[in-house]
Design a protein. Sequence first.
Lengths: 220, 220
Amino acid sequence: MNQSFLDVLWLARMQILQGLGMTLLISALAIVVGTFVGVFVGLALTYGATPLRWLARIYTDFIRGTPVLVLILASYYILGTVGVHLDAFQAGVLALAVFCSSHIGEIVRGALQTIHRGQTEAAKAIGLTFSQTFLYVLMPQAARQAMPSWVNTAAEIVKASTLLSVIGVAELLLTNQQIIARTFMSLPFYFSCGFLYFLINFGIERFGKYVERRLAISTN
Amino acid sequence: MGYTLNFAVVWRNFDLLLGGLGLSLGLAFVSIVIGIAIGLFTAFLLNAKRSIAHGAAVVYVAAIRNTPILILILFTYFALPQMGVRLDKLQSFIFTMAIYAGAYLAEVFRGALLGVPKGLREAGLAIGLTELQIKKSITIPIMVRNALPALSSTFISLFKDTSLAATIAVPELTFYARKINNESFRVIETWSVTCLIYVATCVVLAALLRLLERRMAIPR
């Protein structure tokens, strides 16, 4: 019975790795979908016609005013009731993606607003369509502007993915909780679990800094 | 769709939800007050010369900011008792939130401190104020004004994070929402009302804080 932490950790290694994989999968899906949707939300917020802009504004404000945990619980319980049958994983990823998209929407709006109006007008003057203007004029600049906040949001999503443990998705935190329930070693396992998240987020932050440096327009 | 909306259960339990909201606000408020003290102290350390205390402050901020808040909450509540630190639900939650807010506010205050013009400090020295007097009547008042917008948004996100207290059964808003949901199966009604309460509170808080910002702004 007198197992040490390292023995238990070694025995549970596959379970923890699976949880880690799940966490990475959830986060990656939520970030990719959220970014994709968020770019359109941001465009609607900045260049949309009035009704569309209002719709986007209500969407972002509503999502940003609700705690992620409530979003996850609501998505898990409500969608099943209205006949959209998603399992916990799908409902959780959906909630995180929605959460992510509202934040990205605001970031994109902020980034687009820093680009001078004259540039869109110039693009129009040389006959670019809006999608061409976006692709060749706005996006390259906005992406650089938005990069730091985007990385922050990505780290935020990884941290928020722990909340999926509440609806029973076996991600990193829940697998650790299962091990703790079996072994009562709450101190080392919560600690090591927190440390893994730290490593992931620290990695994301470093990677973001690296990309930022690569993307920077040299000013010499 | 065989589901008819019936808000009766939610209205009958509305005072529970409001009581929960009160506790949420109280938790957020107490946490931010302690967090401000921690953040202020840490910010001065972050801006100080390299020393052991400076290093400790850097590690504290990086560790807390890169770890999911849910793990921190569970760690304090379930793992710390193994080291002999026994806190009840409320104490452990407030403790965690204060530490968490402290790390975020430290960064906020650090930035705000850098925004205090150097000349003012030198002017203080020139008229013979002591270091402590300069901090008290020059640096901190200006810094707090610089930090106010970021402080407001930290407070609002802290308020939203109080929903996590539901996971350790602190009876706040999300806890009661889950309880009503589980007892009545009025899924859509419960969660939509809960979301709206959160959003409305955030909107009101944001408006109040903006008012405070305007009142405290340095007249130009």
